[in-house]
Design a protein around this ligand. Structure first.
Ligand SMILES: *[C@@H]1O[C@H](CO)[C@@H](O)[C@H](O)[C@H]1NC(C)=O
Ligand SMILES: *[C@@H]1O[C@H](CO)[C@@H](O)[C@H](O)[C@H]1NC(C)=O
Ligand SMILES: *[C@@H]1O[C@H](CO)[C@@H](O)[C@H](O)[C@H]1NC(C)=O
Ligand SMILES: *[C@@H]1O[C@H](CO)[C@@H](O)[C@H](O)[C@H]1NC(C)=O
Ligand SMILES: *[C@@H]1O[C@H](CO)[C@@H](O)[C@H](O)[C@H]1NC(C)=O
Ligand SMILES: *[C@@H]1O[C@H](CO)[C@@H](O)[C@H](O)[C@H]1NC(C)=O
Ligand SMILES: *[C@@H]1O[C@H](CO)[C@@H](O)[C@H](O)[C@H]1NC(C)=O
Ligand SMILES: [Ca+2]
Length: 530
């Protein structure tokens, strides 16, 4: 027992010298022999600039094609520098934003100059990793020849499908973005994930003095972990409890939108536009792979970063249980309790809590039903039901291309409410249709029927049920008759045989008015001379 305690202590000690959450598992000696202990774990921070794919927009924004002279803000009348894409010594391609600068020489990507002023000089730099990452320190962008006076940093968490602003930068936030200027220091624990506009990195200080633009991660961490980040435990505890905090530092892509270059003064000097352009020598992105606390290593494989998943998890972010290890639903590891966290390992199907109750990963609770003498899964998720969550709920059908333990094993029937008898479907997703309706979802009509919130038999058509007497069929629903005809197919004349057609279209005459008419007729007859 004492030995075990000492070993555990040793392990803790080892873990703390290694840094927190660096071990996913460890072989521990007990009275019953060696057993594995599992811990929440995460990869070390790394410089992600080496793995990023860079794209710049619009096409032709990079200088040097055709070759172009440029000046500097410090000395706008000495324009001896040249950018020439065809000459390696004078070219400034995008990859110079991520090179290592072995030789000590500063290398940078550079854009064309602002010759087309007053048209804005716009450039986008999109950085992709094809992997979820978590920032561990400040993003640092180094601008040669002055920092932009207006710029936005965007991020995507879904491989570029959707984007959101991460931080706004301007020398005048109100003017550029209609946002009050803020600094991260103005933020408190409650609003640390606020997207702000800052003027800290856009003002002109001379292009040599401060070249850096930051996205502050350290200062945000410090709100929880203290100024020297000495209490990372506190940060990790917040990560578990504060909604959106972890996600705030998570991304798969970043994008810089450069909206206006450094001006070196208040106004643009139209007579020397060759001194306005963007030039970036380095983009530092310190981050770690997001592995959901299930991996301590993240390696390049087939050109992509990939978590080396432990705890019987799998996927690029260890975001799933391995096949056959879905006795419980997948869960991310947890930073809590300190210091080793909880691994939340995936366990082998059928081995959970010693019983044989397989729930295919759709439930992590079983219950014994006394009067039936069975063990059954409780609250099956993912639209499943049954003792082992092995069936689909009513209104859902089995996804033929999914395993029983797949989260998308049940697909909604989606029967058309108007066209179908009820919202259930058969094993291949076919709904039961009302008369006249057809299609897998009963959202179509058989020939001879028209759709109007359900299927109804045609009133008229172009073949059998022709409108007559010049009537026209409107959407199979009714004949539009000429004024003299009526009836469903305009088959009746409004003037019936033997009657006065003109009278027929006027209102019926009452006996009284008929009498009046006769009288008038007589009167007329006596007045008109023969
Ligand atoms: C930069 O990206 C934004 C967002 O997709 C787009 O609206 C804008 O047109 C792009 N700018 C350039 C210069 O490509
Ligand atoms: C992105 O990563 C996924 C999963 O790791 C992989 O299947 C895909 O091929 C990668 N895409 C590119 C463009 O590398
Ligand atoms: C954040 O909260 C603090 C105090 O809780 C407040 O003073 C500050 O203005 C807030 N910042 C923003 C950007 O809303
Ligand atoms: C993962 O599965 C293997 C093989 O069944 C097992 O030996 C190991 O203990 C499991 N690991 C965890 C963390 O559950
Ligand atoms: C069926 O399952 C496969 C495999 O998991 C999945 O890719 C697909 O999206 C599922 N189909 C539907 C309609 O959910
Ligand atoms: C479901 O209904 C469709 C159409 O009636 C039929 O073709 C299919 O075989 C049925 N599937 C099952 C599993 O009964
Ligand atoms: C109009 O005349 C027709 C045929 O004579 C008769 O069937 C109908 O009831 C009359 N309508 C009225 C309002 O008197
Ligand atoms: Ca460089």
């Amino acid at each position: 027992m004492l030995l075990q305690a000492v070993l555990l202590l040793l392990l803790r000690c080892l873990a703390s010298t290694l840094g927190q959450y660096e071990l996913c598992k460890s072989l521990v000696s007990t009275d019953e022999g060696s057993v594995w202990e599992y811990y929440a774990c995460q990869p070390k921070p790394a410089s992600m600039k080496e793995h990023m794919r860079i794209k710049v927009d619009p096409p032709g924004i990079t200088c040097g094609n055709p070759p172009e002279r440029f000046c500097t803000l410090e000395n706008p009348y000495l324009c001896s520098d040249e950018c020439d894409a065809s000459n390696p010594d004078l070219a400034h391609p995008p990859q110079l934003m991520q090179d290592r600068e072995h030789t000590g020489l500063i290398t940078y990507w550079q854009t064309v100059t602002w010759r087309r002023h007053p048209e804005p000089l716009l450039a986008n730099i999109t950085m992709s990793w094809n992997k979820s990452l978590e920032l561990t320190d400040d993003i640092l962008i180094t601008f040669e020849y002055g920092r932009p006076t207006i710029m936005v940093l965007d991020k995507s968490m879904d491989h570029g499908r959707s984007w959101q602003p991460y931080q706004f930068y301007a020398d005048d936030c109100l003017d550029a973005f209609n946002m009050p200027p803020k600094r991260v220091l103005d933020l408190s624990a409650a609003n640390i994930t606020r997207v702000i506009c800052t003027e800290q990195y856009s003002r002109w200080v001379g292009s040599k003095n401060d070249k850096n633009v930051k996205f502050e991660v350290r200062a945000r961490f410090a709100v929880f972990a203290g100024p020297q980040l000495q209490n990372m435990d506190k940060l990790y505890t917040r990560m578990e409890s504060m909604k959106g905090l972890r996600d705030f530092f998570t991304f798969t892509n970043l994008r810089l939108r450069l909206l206006r270059p450094a001006l070196g003064g208040t106004y643009v000097q139209r007579d020397n536009l060759l001194k306005y352009f963007y030039a970036i020598s380095n983009i530092e992105v310190p981050a770690r792979c997001k592995c959901n606390l299930h991996a301590s290593q993240c390696l390049m494989q087939d050109g992509n970063l990939q978590c080396q998943c432990e705890h019987n998890t799998t996927g690029p972010d260890c975001q799933r249980c391995k096949k056959g290890f879905k006795a419980k639903s997948w869960k991310a590891g947890s930073y809590l309790p300190n210091p080793n966290g909880t691994p939340n390992t995936c366990t082998i199907a059928g081995s959970s809590s010693g019983s044989n109750c397989e729930c295919y990963g759709h439930s992590n609770r079983c219950s014994y039903i006394d009067y039936l003498n069975i063990i059954t899964c409780v609250s099956c998720k993912h639209n499943t039901r049954g003792q082992n969550c092995q069936h689909c709920r009513l209104g859902y059908f089995r996804n033929a291309s999914a395993e029983l333990d797949d989260e998308s094993v049940c697909i909604e029937c989606n029967c058309n409410q108007m066209g179908s008898v009820h919202d259930r479907c058969n094993g291949t997703g076919f709904c039961e249709c009302k008369d006249g309706a057809t299609g897998a979802k009963c959202d179509d009509c058989v020939p001879g029927y028209y759709w109007k919130q359900g299927c109804y038999p045609n009133i008229c058509d172009e073949e059998m049920l022709l409108c007559q007497n010049g009537g026209t069929c409107s959407q199979n629903q009714k004949c539009i008759c000429p004024p003299e005809f009526k009836g469903v197919l305009c088959q009746h004349s409004r003037c019936e045989a033997g009657k006065d057609c003109n009278a027929a279209s006027s209102p019926n005459l009452s006996t009284f008015s008929l009498l009046l008419c006769t009288l008038l007729a007589h009167l007329l007859a006596t007045l008109i001379p023969h």
